[in-house]
Design a protein around this ligand. Sequence first.
Ligand SMILES: [Zn+2]
Length: 304
Amino acid sequence: MIRFLSILMALCSAAAAHAQSVAFTFDDAPNMLALPRLSAPQRNAAMLAALARHQVKAALFVTAANGATGAEGKALVRAWGEAGHAIGNHTMTHPDLNSDSVSLAQYQQEVLDCDAVIRTMPGYRKWFRYTYLREGHTKDKRDGMRQFLSAQGYRNAYVSLDTSDWRLEEKLLEVLAKNPQADLAPIKRMYLSHIRQRALAYRELGQRLQGRDIAQVMLMHHNLINALWLDDVIAQFKAMGWTIVTPEAAYSDPVYALQPASADPGQSLLLSMARSLGLGRFDGWARLVDDGDTEIEALKAQGW
Ligand SMILES: [Zn+2]
C-alpha cells in the first residue's frame, strides 16, 4: 500500500511538473456598447457565469471612461470583484503611450484617474495593464512609467499569451450586422482554433526563452465573443491538459519580475524578451503578430 501510494505521488508530481498553466485576463471593461444578441449586462453575466461554472478566478482590467464612472458600468465591474475576480487598471480613456501626442505626464495622470474610480471596488489590485501593450517608444517614457508604477506600488500586469480575440470580435459583429440570425458555428470554431494555436505557440516560445513552462497570462477582452464562447475556451484548455490558475498565482512566476532591456518594450512579455535578446523574426513569429489575419482569411475562404 505504501509502495502504491509513493508511486501514485511520484506520478502526480511528475504530472504537476508538466502541467502548463494559464490565467485569464480581460481588458477594456466595461464594454457598454449596444451589440446584437446580448446586452451589456447580459454579456457581463454570461462571462461571469462561464468563469463560475469552471471555478476560474480571472482579472478584469478597467478603462474607466468606457463606462465605469456611471452607475450601470460600475455595477458590471463591481460584480466581478464581488465574484472574487481581481480588478485592475487599464487607464481612464485608453490613450497610446507610444503616440507623440501623448506625454508621459498625461499617461501617468490617466493611471491615477482610473485608480480613483476603481480603488474602492472589491477585488481592487494595484495592477496596471498597458494600453495596446505599448510600454513607451522612448527611453524617457519607458523608464518614466517604470519608475512611476514602482513609486505607486503598481505591478506591470504583463501579458504572455496574447490573442486577437478583438479581431474575431470585429468579424463576428460584421457578420451579425449583415444577418442577425447568422449561424455562428464557423466563427466559433475559428475562434477556438485561434486561441489554441496562440496558446501552443506562446508555450513553445516560453520554453525556448526560459527552458521551462512559464505560468502563462492570457489577454482577452470584455466583449461579445467571450460572452458567447468563454465557456468553450475554458473547456478547450482543460481538454488540452492545461491547469487554470489565478492571475496572482501566475504573476508569482519570477518571469513577471523581468523588465526587458528593449528600447521599445511591449506586446507579449515573451515577444518583448525575444526582441531584447535579438531573436528577431524567429520561426513562427509572423503568426504571433498577424492580428488574427490567418483566421480572418480562412473565414473569407469559406465565404464569410
Ligand atoms: Zn485595451
